[in-house]
Design a protein around this ligand. Sequence first.
Ligand code: ATP
Length: 319
Amino acid sequence: MKKIAVLTSGGDSPGMNAAVRAVVRSAIYHGCKVYGVNRGYKGLIDGDLFEMDLSSVGDIIHRGGTILRSARCEEFRTEEGRKKAHNVLNVFGIDGLVVIGGDGSFQGAQKLSEMGFPAIGVPGTIDNDLAYTDYTIGFDTALNTVLDAISKIRDTSSSHERISIIEVMGRHCGDIALYAGVAGGAEIIIVPEEEYDIDEICKRLIQSNNRGKKHSIIMLAEGVGNANEIMEQIKEKTGLDSRATILGHIQRGGTPSAFDRILSSQMGAKAVELLLEGKASRVVGIKNNEIIDMDIHEALSMERKFNSNLYKLASILAK
Ligand code: ATP
């Protein structure tokens, strides 16, 4: 009988629980024992593992966050820390590890694989910043959370005839700002992947205002800058009333969408299959609606392709 361990690492994302559930239940279905690791790589170093059964993942598919908790662990970045973690895995008799997290967590998984320990990555991050997969677990839910906020901010910015700048997460990736901006009918979208000109933006805002359009939504990806600074520049250059909203951590919480739950279920099950096939150092993804797997190193070295067609369309549609 094989023993599989599962952990969640890095920033949490809605759907991680559904992925843990899928790993546990499909591994047990295939006759394996499953161990949950608390607090990501930190728990691995500390030996904070516990056996999971079918009911331990009951009633979690709809819950945001992660029952395994998540953490950032500096010690795991060191060779000594990873040796400790490797020893723990050996002591518990674990044969393979599923790591649910973002690119940093995948680098950790890759290092473990290089030490001869089979590890498989499942992309759990709201940022959608991994090049090899069309979607990461949590992105769709975060998008809907942001969209809901845009609708609410639009109501008040329309009543008060204001410009609203909404800063969203995504680190160096502008996908949350772009997709939520398109879905929410934002007038302007500012992302790290495309250059922007504050004077050009201000000119558009003044022209819109002169045409009688008294409120606008500007989506700002956090990787570009701070919403308060952009607001000050707009106020100064246009004299128009503006407000900044930084959505922050509400984007990482909430009940996962149907899409994220289905994606998590498929990806968690695929990770287990790969370990049972004797594969190591792979990541699971979705490409053209098919669940795929790829070498971790190859996946991490791929360059992200920004959806510039959608970005162009957004500016055509927003007038
Ligand atoms: P998110 O995209 O949501 O931020 P992430 O997985 O990229 O998630 P990180 O903080 O970058 O989040 O990484 C999570 C953990 O993975 C780190 O705290 C560390 O323990 C481990 N890790 C990251 N990079 C490396 C690396 N180069 N080598 C070994 N371990 C790493």
